[in-house]
Design a protein around this ligand. Sequence first.
Ligand SMILES: Cc1cc2nc3c(=O)[nH]c(=O)nc-3n(C[C@H](O)[C@H](O)[C@H](O)COP(=O)(O)OP(=O)(O)OC[C@H]3O[C@@H](n4cnc5c(N)ncnc54)[C@H](O)[C@@H]3O)c2cc1C
Length: 436
Amino acid sequence: MQTLQRRTLFKALATAGISLGTIGLSACSKETLKADGANAKGKTVLIIGGGFAGATVAKYVKRFDPEVNVTLIEPKTTYMTCPASNWYLAGLIDVQTLTHDYETLKTQHGVAVIHQLATAINPQKQTVSLEDGRQLSYDRLVVSPGIDFKYEAIEGYSAEVANLFPHAWQAGPQTELLAKQIQAMPQGGRFLMVAPPNPYRCAPGPYERVSMIAEYFKKHNPTASIMILDPKDKFSKQALFAEGWQDLYGQMIEWYGSQDGATVTKIDVASKTVFSDFDTIQADVINIIPPQKAGKIAFTAGLTDESGWCPVDQDTFESKIHSNVYVVGDASNAGTMPKSGHSASSQGKMCAAAIVSSLNQLPMPPTRNVNTCYSLVGADYGISIVGVYQNQDGRLSEIPGSGGVSTKGAPLSERKLEAEYARGWYKSIVKDIWHS
Ligand SMILES: Cc1cc2nc3c(=O)[nH]c(=O)nc-3n(C[C@H](O)[C@H](O)[C@H](O)COP(=O)(O)OP(=O)(O)OC[C@H]3O[C@@H](n4cnc5c(N)ncnc54)[C@H](O)[C@@H]3O)c2cc1C
């Protein structure tokens, strides 16, 4: 009989290298675990989006219960990661290092991969429509489309203008365009970043980006300047970034926040100018990272609320709007968890466990999620922040004392070590999701 016993799920988790503590499945009531005869064999899980969240769910549903049919719907045949894309801007790595395919998911895990855009979801009939006209049925659906942009929030900005002033906040051609613009910037020119308001993907990402651009300029354009106009009054790991900028780049990077009136409301493409109460600024290269919301299909399917993100159960990631539909990764509202690749993958594992439990009619134990965010301030200068999160009163919140942040004023030897950890983190997470 193919029934998945709950202890088999625990065993699968352990085999997958996930300790109960890490994944957050409590071991407290193991001896009472009994399957009730439910059988997930032949049940179908569809997953929309093959990024950090969706690709993790695909792998781990199959790992936890190989009898389930898993199909991943993703238009791209290769996926370029945003994590480490700032390192590429600094010239520290190449595009190939950032690029991953779906072969291991297909050949080693038996995931079916369809390279199509999902265009509609019918939660009543439990079907998904694809761009080529096909319609697929599901028992459980995972929606993990990442983010979309509120272009209209900045007058004069649009998807078209992003081809001139790239956001590079979804990796791919945008990242390569921004790299080319940085390389072509005149000596002594100005690079301007318009940072996004909360919540957005990768809280430290904009500040790692300017660090990596400074790393590039230091070698290739030492008289260049970098300005950040930010609608926030503070940002992630701010004191650590400020310390690193001072140590490595002197006065090259200037940051202005909402307290300075630096919220950009309008741009003029022809004159390469941005407007804010702080000042009207012209620049040679302009990187605009607009405000963000859940990926389009989440809106089309009615999975979002007024926040622009998808409300979900904070243990299983099942949508609070449509049953048998789960939303993981950046598109979900995961309480205070940062929107990151690490969070997305952690959530993907929880969600896979929840789906396999539900298909086998097993109870889902309480969960825990982990986030780690490394940032390179320089090629050999790393900093990090980590936290463990659990559902507290219906909201994923950091467990007090569970995490931490790099020490301010630490010796350079420690920063160098953290830079190595950052590179190790990247290698291990992409290996886990796409290559093993
Ligand atoms: C510059 C930068 C640096 C970052 N650095 C880090 C870091 O160091 N560490 C970290 O943890 N995080 C980092 N992040 C954040 C990380 O990239 C995101 O949080 C992560 O990608 C979220 O994963 P996701 O699966 O939710 O979305 P995504 O990775 O964006 O994946 C979504 C996928 O869904 C697909 N899709 C969308 N719509 C559809 C549809 N209708 N049908 C089918 N497929 C669809 C897309 O093609 C895409 O492949 C960084 C982000 C940026 C921008």
